[in-house]
Design a protein around this ligand. Sequence first.
Ligand SMILES: Cc1cc2nc3c(=O)[nH]c(=O)nc-3n(C[C@H](O)[C@H](O)[C@H](O)COP(=O)(O)OP(=O)(O)OC[C@H]3O[C@@H](n4cnc5c(N)ncnc54)[C@H](O)[C@@H]3O)c2cc1C
Length: 418
Amino acid sequence: MSASDPVLSAPTPGDSASVAVIGAGPAGLFAALRLAEAGRRVRVFDRMAAPARKFLMAGASGLNLTNAEPLDRFLDRYGPARAVLEPALRAFPPEALRRWAEALGQPCFTGSSGRVFPEAMKASPLLRAWLRRLTALGVRFSPRHDWLGWAGDALRFATPEGEVTCRPDATLLALGGASWSRLGSDGQWARFFSPGDLTGFRPSNCGFLPDWSEAESLRREGDILKTVTLRFDGATTQGDLTFTRHGVEGAPLYALSPRIRDAIARDGAAILRLDLRPGLDEAAIAARLGRVRPRESLANRLRKGAALTPPARAVLLAGVAPDGPLDVADPASLARRIKSAALRLVAPEPLDRAISTAGGLRFDALDEDFMLRDRPGVFAAGEMLDWEAPTGGYLLQACFSTGHAAAAAISAWLDRAS
Ligand SMILES: Cc1cc2nc3c(=O)[nH]c(=O)nc-3n(C[C@H](O)[C@H](O)[C@H](O)COP(=O)(O)OP(=O)(O)OC[C@H]3O[C@@H](n4cnc5c(N)ncnc54)[C@H](O)[C@@H]3O)c2cc1C
């Protein structure tokens, strides 16, 4: 870092150019690896004491590294960002990521819906092997370096020893999104860019708050709706929903979250439709309910006739305005509601709780090589860019692929500049 720093000091004849990578998440560490393999002198900076905190957290519930579905379908998962991400995803596709993990001693398997996981399930064995490789290639790591933007063309960092600056030959920013700030990614980097270069951060793959009172939320906390079908705006998903103190969460809801989030922003609320008995059609449920003695309590009739659990009964009976009153004596009316119960959602959960972040650095602030148009030699990759995708391995894959593409572009740019 100082003038005597062997990595970032001015290159001497015969030395390769120096690259600063800021952000030691998967995007930054993968770019660092590619750059070091290309013979560049690389130093990775991060504000945290240890690298890849969010990547390690991603492994806590099974590291879904990528997805083995056909590439064209895979690319569609990025919605409007497909066009800008496609070259990077094709240059380093899911199969290449899997092979790379396997070459680092982490065999992978393909699970349901094409999801690819390392057999170890956790991120730590892969990260350890990766860091060993970086060290062997001479990549250096500067922890506790909080990037503070630029002073002219120098990078500024706050460190425990005070502020330091450096002038690498090229820089990669891989600063992540704006959720799970305790793991290092808080989106504060946005203040070093002009507003026109940014799209506002929004939660993605997030839970939502139903329009329930606080008392109701506390009563529901811990409830799980098992294997329900969710419908919103023409899209359908299936799986488990969990009610927490903060709202309702779960993979099938995350998959709908961009649509629901945008509908709430537009209309103030969104009605999510739940099929509480996806295995039975409406007529079959009505017939079963009709066979239960009418003298039984409503809870018993719903349990015996439709096998509804207490959390499912609570959602069914909460009812919301557009559906009007429920005729609980009428099996047909109950069956109709069971197949299309309404949950009114009024806000996404806070951004910091989201699995990922929409918004960030706009692609039109970058050229096709991920280089900032107004800062030659400064590149960006990973979740800090303005794209979003569902869970299922698409998030990490785009971080690796953009890290790979930015590293190749940095090397080419340095070659041209030398
Ligand atoms: C609970 C959870 C589970 C997940 N599971 C999966 C999964 O199974 N599959 C999947 O595909 N995705 C998953 N994700 C998402 C995935 O982890 C992220 O998309 C990915 O880590 C983003 O990589 P990145 O390198 O762009 O940024 P990050 O991993 O966020 O890394 C950015 C780095 O930059 C550093 N930084 C930020 N600002 C500064 C600054 N000013 N100065 C210095 N350093 C700074 C941070 O400390 C951090 O180390 C999960 C996320 C969460 C929260």
